[in-house]
Design a binder for this molecule. Structure first.
Ligand SMILES: *Cc1c(COP(=O)(O)O)cnc(C)c1O
Length: 386
């Protein structure tokens, strides 16, 4: 097996990363108290055109805090898409709640809003102002739309259903920094949102995340919960169980430099997507997962679908590309197939499993060279013509 020459999604660190990092080290403000943390938070707020941002250690931490802010309590149910990165479902469990795994719609792979409505209408009832799932007698407290691969969920119908049933909306925008829904940035459409700056995301801080909310009180509470719930820091007074979830100044310094390059990264990723789309447009078996007309996707990972794929055919394509030094990846194994979520309610109709068989993400780094992308395109075509 040859070593990977063309990565799936590698960071591009060609801006002022070193300069800001050196500055943070020289200033000795390396922890979460440093000026870069608030600078990074402000940069994100400016980019998202509002809200209050709290920088945290990871996207997973941001999701956990978002769910807590939304009022998710032990014993509750929270609706999450069946097709997502596992952290979306796991953070529900961190809160002592259980996920309801809802299927996705076939074109974008994002949460199927009609199924959310179905679940509320057919399986739940209102009791004393709370939405209760009849089968389990559990309260349904939140729904988590995941902007999968950077493509926004159809938020208007979702928000209207969630409001009608009194359920909070926590956006998982971990792959979607820079995405627009009907011209509006994702992240402030619901009640609170989580972003990720893991190494393979649209921008990176090495590892990190952000909580974003329009609710100022929630932002204050997010800051409190993520810094060990200090009621009197000098006296070690804590009245609640908090978390050590804050981002460090060193991470934020890198984040500030990355944020400056976000428009460039988005442009590059859109161009990569367009080249794949053009290359495979007339292919009998390949379609590229598209952006719908009301959406601007981040095109975090350009993803092809194999028409009428046999089970594991996607995996075989991944292996064939790997043998040629190209890193590709299937989408996530659907949550209902993972052992720790196999007992959770699955509100599905087979779309997530079909996408799991059919979809393969191709190299999409902002720094991907055009000549390398041509190699990927040739390798995909060659494999399918065998
Ligand atoms: C990456 C990701 C997360 C988790 O973010 P981390 O920073 O890796 O903790 C959560 N949800 C989705 C959809 C993601 O892609």
């Amino acid at each position: 097996m040859s070593k990977t020459l063309i990565p799936l999604s590698a960071p591009t660190l060609r801006g002022r990363e070193l300069r800001y990092l050196t500055d943070a080290v020289r200033s000795t403000w390396v922890s979460s108290a440093g000026p870069y943390v608030s600078r990074f938070e402000k940069a994100l707020v400016r980019r998202q055109r509002g809200g209050h941002a709290v920088a945290v250690a990871s996207g997973t931490a941001a999701l956990h805090i978002g769910l807590l802010l939304a009022g998710v309590k032990p014993g509750d149910l929270v609706l999450v898409p069946d097709l997502t990165f596992v952290a979306t479902a796991n953070t529900v469990v961190y809160c002592g709640a259980r996920p309801v795994l809802v299927d996705v719609e076939p074109v974008t792979g994002t949460l199927d809003v009609t199924l959310v409505k179905d679940f509320f209408e057919k399986e739940c009832e209102n009791k004393n102002g709370a939405l209760i799932h009849r089968g389990s007698n559990r309260r349904v407290s939140a729904v988590v739309p995941v902007h999968v691969l950077g493509h926004p969920v159809d938020m208007d119908p979702l928000l209207s259903v969630a409001r009608r049933f009194g359920v909070a909306v926590v956006e998982d925008a971990c792959e979607a920094l820079g995405a627009l829904y009907k011209g509006k940035p994702v992240g402030l459409l619901g009640d609170v949102a989580a972003f990720s700056f893991n190494g393979n995301k649209v921008i990176t801080t090495g590892g990190g995340g952000m909580v974003l909310t329009a609710n100022e009180k929630w932002a204050v509470r997010a800051r409190y919960l993520t810094t060990q719930a200090k009621d009197d820091p000098s006296e070690y007074i804590h009245n609640e169980v908090g978390y050590n979830y804050r981002m460090s100044g060193l991470q934020a310094a890198v984040g500030c430099a990355q944020m400056e390059q976000l428009p460039l990264f988005l442009k590059k990723k859109a161009a990569i997507h367009k080249r794949y789309a053009t290359a495979f447009a007339s292919h009998p078996r390949l379609t590229l997962m598209p952006a719908l007309e009301w959406a601007r996707s981040t095109f975090w990972l350009s993803t092809v679908r194999l028409k009428d794929a046999a089970p594991h055919e996607g995996a075989r394509l991944v292996d064939a590309l790997k043998a040629r030094g190209i890193e590709a990846r299937r989408l996530w194994r659907p949550m209902h197939l993972l052992p720790m979520h196999a007992q959770d309610i699955f509100w599905g109709k087979g779309v997530s499993s079909r996408l799991y068989d059919e979809a393969v993400s191709l190299p999409s780094s902002a720094g991907l060279m055009e000549s390398d992308q041509q190699k990927v395109i040739r390798a995909v075509r060659d494999h399918l013509s065998q």
